[in-house]
Ligand binder design. Sequence first.
Ligand code: HEC
Length: 395
Amino acid sequence: MDAYLLDWLNLLLRWLHVIVGIAWIGASFYFVWLDNSLVKPTDPALKEKGVDGELWAVHGGGFYNPQKYMIAPKALPEHLHWFYWESYWTWMSGFALFVTLYLFNAQTFLIDKNVYAWGSSGAAIAASLVYLVMGWVVYDAICRFFGQKKNGDAIVGVLVFVYVIAATYIACHFFAGRAAFLLTGAMLATAMSANVFMVIIPGQKKTIAAMKAGLPPDPAHPMRAKQRSVHNTYFTLPVLFAMLSNHYSFAYSAKYNWLVLVLIMLAGALIRQFFVLKHKGRWEYKYWAIASAILIGVAIWLAPAPTKPVAALAKAPTYTEIKPIIEARCAMCHNANVQMKNVALHTPELLAQHAQNVYQQAVVTRAMPMNNSTQITEEERAQLAAWFKAGAKTP
Ligand code: HEC
């Protein structure tokens, strides 16, 4: 019953997380596009008002004419819409989902003894939380310290890139591959939300407070906000890959999984760069070319070695030969009492019912046994494959 309720919690949180995530990333994509598509106004009245860029668009049957002011309009409008709940809800729902999935089941999902032998679940849980916080602390320090210097944007960009590589490496050497990918994505996403919460919104509030006090707004705030929002733009595609990666065990269970994650995230950032420039009218296909080369390279690198032909086994194993493998390697998490993902394999009927999925999980994707915690051998995987291909017979 508990597992069932946890599944519902998982479903509702994930649903919410995807919806608010779409709202946030959608707004982010829209504003990056808008900012890069603005043209200088020609109408003297607009220039007089302080408008620095404008755009005409048609959508859903209406004409729209957004205008961007240099720093701020002369007088504050009565109704001002703020964009931040999309970001905060995305973080809150994502964090709750992380807690439900990875921290409640730390032994299964967060810890892989073949990667790092944590003394206790508590230690691993604490480390994952410290990892999330440190991600923001270090990133923010880089921006604050180097951001205002000459060539600050470029220096910060390079340092953040190096930092992301280091953080990915660390995550992949302390946590189960699947959790490590998610945690790296969550760390970047936390920095994105914290950018909104700690820098962008407070800066906007200060600008408004200055205007209300009749003082000229400090241009440092919009500049700092702009730098953070540029970073957020390049984080979006990498973060989305990290969030989806848990479906693709070939990526997170690769030997050098940290490098796989770094390369795929890099490809994502390059593709984003293509679109950022395209909004400004520059079609730089080289970014697509490099990103595609990286993705194809990774695909070739990770391609599984051809499996041993079934004929190599003298004859397909019978159920009696398969049973001990299932009992030793799978039953621990798929039995009468514990049924991960509603899969139980302790009777011939259940094994027959799940045969296709057993083959898929234990032979094709090799996602099972989870983190190979039960140390299944290659020989045993080959036997499962042969049994399945010979018709998955049970008495
Ligand atoms: C340490 C625990 C553990 C062991 C051992 C284990 N599994 Fe799993 N299994 C899980 C968990 C956890 C899930 C749910 C994964 C998820 O949510 O994506 C799962 C899911 C599955 C699924 C459903 C996958 C899907 O997405 O439909 C199948 C099938 C499966 N396991 C088969 C096996 C087989 C076959 C073995 C033995 C070779 C095995 N498992 C060993 C923990 C385990």
